[in-house]
Design a protein around this ligand. Structure first.
Ligand SMILES: Cc1cc2nc3c(=O)[nH]c(=O)nc-3n(C[C@H](O)[C@H](O)[C@H](O)COP(=O)(O)OP(=O)(O)OC[C@H]3O[C@@H](n4cnc5c(N)ncnc54)[C@H](O)[C@@H]3O)c2cc1C
Length: 403
């Protein structure tokens, strides 16, 4: 494993230097454009070389790369923290991962990231075998699953270090300025009015799910029909995540639990996709916590439901049928709906430039559909690679225009 990780680090470094092995040529011209500070404010409007929309894996990776190259970069994020779907939430007395379950060393970018995070004690091998429930039995599948004891959002926090990120800002509209730049209108989602509500950038990276991007990308701002059609063709599976805590006394039952049951997939089940013993990722364990992910078919039924508790209870009933009967009686339950959980048909490109004379590119798990055979395990890797590809593309565009 150590040798593999070293190899991965080399690949990661190469990827960071340019996906195809080309040198990433930092133009270091932002100081010329905006003076010596990273951010310049003109009439309370903040100007950057590049604005990345979305602080998920793709947006963060892209922004890091461009910042290292010397560009003035801001990331605009509608929620309160980094990581996107690699998410953790506070639950009674601790935290639980209601988004991505773990990182798997499949793909060069994610392997390198795993190595960095393991070196910093932010990530640990959670399990090397997962269960797969088929025909009433659990089969053992070898898989190296790395999880963060402090929660998977530690990954986003690590990638976000040193970046200028505007949390609580949702991009509402984009338009072109008279002097050929992008103008972004931002909606305040956290009540904090300290940061500006608009921004100007030479280039924009849209690192969010396609349907969310299509809320402000359209032909009115000069985008080509071909580009918009590609975005419209991308589909997502939803997922409902039930997060449930159980009495501390139940820990005894779990101490003798077959390790396979820490992480169980249900490939043929109409309601369930996965069940994980989330508390086994933590060091400061106070009570057993399970996370149950629904199938897409199940989530579709609750896409517009106002009260998600019903869906959560139903998922726990199913979980109780297959694992332990007491799973249906939690001490507490939280439920989260992911409308765009898994990209179903990502495009066979590293990133998706819009075309036209102003640089705009889409990135994220909506790209990279051709990169790895195991498309499930490669989603985070795909998002990271796509972020890097978008950074390279932006760099080539801004270099051409002399920024
Ligand atoms: C329940 C679940 C389990 C998963 N498990 C795994 C797994 O085990 N392995 C794996 O490889 N993948 C897994 N995935 C998929 C993986 O998490 C995603 O593919 C990947 O994180 C996508 O990263 P991204 O940067 O493309 O997008 P996102 O993570 O979606 O990031 C986009 C960000 O943009 C923000 N945003 C959206 N619209 C706007 C706007 N208008 N203005 C400002 N900000 C905006 C969002 O708040 C978000 O933070 C899972 C996903 C879910 C939901």
């Amino acid at each position: 494993m150590a040798i593999n990780l070293r190899l991965a680090r080399n690949l990661y470094t190469r990827i960071k230097a340019g996906l195809s092995g080309r040198g990433f040529n930092p133009p270091l011209r932002c100081a010329q454009l905006f003076g010596n500070c990273q951010l310049s404010t003109v009439n309370s409007m903040s100007m950057f070389d590049v604005v990345a929309i979305g602080a998920g894996m793709a947006g963060l990776m892209c922004a890091r790369q461009l910042r290292q190259a010397g560009y003035a970069v801001a990331v605009v994020e509608k929620s309160r923290g980094p990581g996107g779907r690699v998410a953790t939430r506070r639950v009674q007395g601790g935290r639980a991962d209601h988004g991505a379950r773990y990182l798997e060393p499949q793909g060069d970018a994610v392997r390198g990231l795993i190595e960095d995070l393991v070196d910093r004690d932010l990530l640990k091998l959670w399990t090397d075998t997962v269960g797969e429930f088929r025909n009433g039995e659990i089969a053992a599948i070898p898989k190296s699953c790395y999880a963060a004891p402090d929660g998977m959002n530690a990954i986003g926090k690590y990638l976000a270090e040193g970046l200028d990120i505007w949390y609580g800002r949702r991009v509402q509209a984009i338009s072109r300025t008279d002097n050929q730049m992008w103008h972004l209108a931002l909606e305040v989602t956290d009540g904090n009015l300290d940061k500006p509500q608009e921004s100007i950038a030479k280039a924009v990276v849209v690192a969010i799910p396609a349907p969310q991007a299509l809320m402000f990308l359209d032909s009115d701002i000069g985008l080509q029909p071909d580009f918009l059609d590609k975005l419209r063709s991308i589909e997502y599976d939803p997922c409902i995540a039930a997060i449930a805590g159980y009495p501390a006394a139940k820990q005894q039952d779990l101490d003798s639990l077959n390790p396979l049951r820490k992480s169980v997939f249900f490939p043929d089940n109409s309601d369930l996709d996965w069940i994980g013993l989330d508390s086994s990722k933590r060091i400061d364990l106070s009570q057993p916590v399970f996370v149950v992910h629904s199938s897409a078919v199940f989530a579709e039924r609750y896409l517009e439901a106002v009260n998600l508790e019903v869906a959560g209870r139903e998922l726990l009933d199913r979980a109780a049928e297959y694992l332990m009967p007491w799973l249906k009686e939690p001490e507490w339950l939280q439920v989260h709906r992911w409308r765009y959980a898994f990209c179903r048909n990502s495009l066979p490109v590293a990133c998706l430039p819009a075309g036209g004379n102003l640089p705009l590119v889409c990135a994220g798990d909506l790209c990279g559909g051709d990169s790895l055979p195991d498309s499930f395990a490669s989603r985070i890797d795909g998002a990271l690679r796509s972020g890097l590809a978008a950074a390279n593309w932006v760099n080539s565009q801004l270099s051409e225009t002399g920024v």
